[in-house]
Design a protein around this ligand. Structure first.
Ligand SMILES: Nc1ncnc2c1ncn2[C@@H]1O[C@H](COP(=O)(O)OP(=O)(O)OP(=O)(O)O)[C@@H](O)[C@H]1O
Ligand SMILES: [Mg+2]
Length: 161
């Protein structure tokens, strides 16, 4: 299905604490049912951003947030439950996400996904996408987009059975 991309903003941070602050501000826009796809290399700051988002959603204990590389999914008790997924080790993300209960997670809370580029086709739309680039030893550039499926053009609709 064709996809529409709405570029929302670019933010640069200069420290892990700056990234957490940015995550807190991002949390203000998130509601139950929202999914955030985090895309960026090892050490880009995906987990640091999750720590900020979870704090912004009301999680008191920031130490609960770590890379869930061996767990696949962690759950944090914030004002709305936060599910933190890491697809790094998933070999076949489609069925694995279904087994983990992605649909149920979205009904219950907010879902934050590290290494989301491994499974973009299996994540819901609309989808927040945050791409992170390492721009210096302590600098990170975050690009935020909102992805939605666009309706097929009128001609295509007429031709389909
Ligand atoms: N501006 C910054 N924002 C976030 N992290 C930064 C920044 N500057 C330096 N860092 C460092 O980069 C690393 C980011 O680690 P983090 O675990 O958040 O990355 P990640 O993208 O989750 O990696 P992984 O793919 O291994 O899970 C930390 O060591 C942190 O101290
Ligand atoms: Mg991580």
């Amino acid at each position: 299905m064709p996809e529409e991309t709405q570029d929302i903003e670019v933010v640069e941070t200069r420290s892990p604490a700056g990234t957490e602050r940015f995550g807190r501000s991002l949390a203000d826009r998130l509601r139950r049912g929202d999914c955030v796809a985090l895309v960026g290399d090892l050490g880009a700051g995906k987990t640091a951003l999750v720590r900020g988002i979870a704090a912004g959603l009301g999680l008191d204990d920031r130490h609960m947030v770590s890379s869930p590389t061996f767990v696949l999914c962690q759950e944090y008790p914030a004002r709305v439950v936060v599910y933190h997924l890491d697809l790094y080790r998933m070999s076949d993300p489609g069925p694995e996400l279904e087994d983990l209960g992605l649909d149920e997670m979205l009904q219950e809370g907010v879902v934050l996904v590290e290494w989301a580029d491994r499974a973009m086709d299996h994540l819901p739309r609309p989808l927040w996408q945050v791409s992170i680039a390492i721009t210096g030893p302590r600098r990170r550039r975050f690009q935020i987009r909102r992805l939605t499926h666009s309706a097929p053009p009128a001609e295509a609709r007429k031709e389909s059975p």
